[in-house]
Write a protein that binds this ligand. Structure first.
Ligand code: NAD
Ligand code: TDX
Length: 355
């Protein structure tokens, strides 16, 4: 088992990063320190980890900083004697990448290169650089087949192109400089603390509030859904056990067309939340809107390498995970208000009148 003592997590105030920090402190027996470096864009909320910060004291450090800032990165790596990195920080929303691709190049590509350089400067004091990537780098599947570790890259959106570029840089730093890297490509995550611009939390909140539920096109695009905590356990497994230079695909074996996801969310909100006026079924709020340009038809992951090499298994299937997630959003109105109070609302108003 690989071990480390000063783990730098980038983007730890975002959705998956905050769940990962919670998971590592709560469920792995890790006894070192985590340094969470996050620029706090619209998607970052450090309060998501307030309880963890209290529980672990000095073993959790938050640094408000940007991976585009090379001087800051050099300082953080030395000051905190960083010996491992788990790199989540990114611009993560496909729709935003279509409207403003530059931010995606700057953070996802240039920022990742900066981080690789800072990690490399630690020499043999660095045990591991783990890079978090996505299944979107592989492009789009037809009705059959799965993405796996050997699928060639074929990104279509500015988001997936920027993630693909960052993956190539990570592998190049391994092949060229011997940086000890591992990578994971994961399918769509859902669960607590996800920013409500992504499909599932957006539909939960709009359904709760009786607003239209914007489904792109016919809603027949298929995604492979994974509960976020299962993603975190897979990342930890790879970070502690996988060979340097290796890549693993992570997925939920839970393929669903978007329209089916939205219908299931509607049924759960009808069951768990107060009824709409007149008892209107939430499904009647579904509104088909113009399709996302370049919308990938289907993603599905074959994660058998991860299962076979390490015995990893997901623990929460879509039925249980969707219900846990709806319940979480119903019980966390203060968190929702905080993340919706700032730039998000005005950005949506400018760009997506239909919401
Ligand atoms: P998110 O948007 O919720 O969080 C991103 C975090 O990164 C935020 O806290 C933000 O403040 C921070 N950040 C952004 N730019 C930064 C910068 N320049 N410097 C420092 N911090 C910065 O994203 P997420 O959904 O948690 O995704 C995390 C990672 O996982 C991303 O790399 C994403 O590509 C990848 N991923 C996400 C999914 C998914 O379904 N959400 C699936 C596979 C892979
Ligand atoms: O309002 C919506 N209506 C709709 O029909 C939104 C926000 C989405 N959709 C569709 C588009 C997709 O087919 O739902 C599907 C999921 O959309 P998103 O939640 O935006 O996720 P996706 O584009 O699949 O990308 C996500 O998974 C892979 C994350 O945002 C990425 O960061 C990750 O890499």
């Amino acid at each position: 088992m690989r071990s480390f003592h000063n783990l730098l997590v980038t983007g730890g105030a975002g959705f998956i990063g905050s769940n990962f920090i919670r998971y590592v402190f709560g469920q792995t027996g890790y006894d070192g320190r985590i340094i969470n470096l996050d620029a706090l864009t619209y998607a970052g909320n450090p309060a998501s980890l307030d309880d963890i910060a209290q529980a672990v004291g000095g073993r959790y450090v938050f640094v408000h900083g940007d991976i585009r800032d090379t001087a800051l990165l050099a300082d953080v790596f030395e000051r905190y004697a960083v010996d491992a990195v788990c790199h989540f920080a990114a611009e993560s929303h496909v729709d935003r990448s279509i409207l403003a691709p530059d931010d995606f190049v700057q953070t996802n590509v240039v920022g990742t290169c900066n981080l690789l350089q800072a990690a490399r400067a630690r020499g043999d004091k660095l045990t591991l650089f783990h890079h978090i990537s996505t299944d979107e780098v592989f492009g789009s599947l037809g009705p059959d087949g799965f993405f796996s570790e050997t699928t060639p890259y074929c990104p279509h959106s500015p988001y997936s192109a920027s993630k693909a570029a960052s993956d190539h840089f990570v592998r190049a730093f391994h092949d060229t400089y011997g940086l000890p890297v591992t990578l994971t490509n994961c399918s769509n995550n859902y669960g607590p603390y996800q920013f409500p611009e992504k499909l599932i939390p957006l539909m939960i909140l709009n359904a709760l509030e009786g607003k239209p539920l914007p489904v792109y096109g016919q809603g027949l695009n298929v995604r492979d859904w994974l509960y976020v905590e299962d993603h975190c356990s897979a990342i930890w497994t790879v970070m502690t056990q996988a060979a340097v230079g290796s890549t693993y695909c992570i997925g939920g074996r839970s393929e669903l067309p978007n329209i089916e996801v939205v219908r299931r969310i509607c049924a759960l909100v009808d069951r768990l939340a107060p009824p709409l006026p007149g008892g209107q079924a939430r499904e009647t709020l579904i509104t088909h809107v113009p399709d996302r340009p370049g919308h990938d038809a289907r993603y599905a992951i074959d994660c058998s390498r991860l299962e076979q090499d390490f015995g990893w298994k997901q623990t929460v299937d879509a039925a249980a995970g969707f219900e846990k997630t709806v319940r979480w959003y119903l019980e966390h109105s203060a968190w929702i208000e905080t993340v919706r109070s700032g730039e998000y609302r005005s950005w949506l108003e400018r760009n997506y009148a239909h919401r």
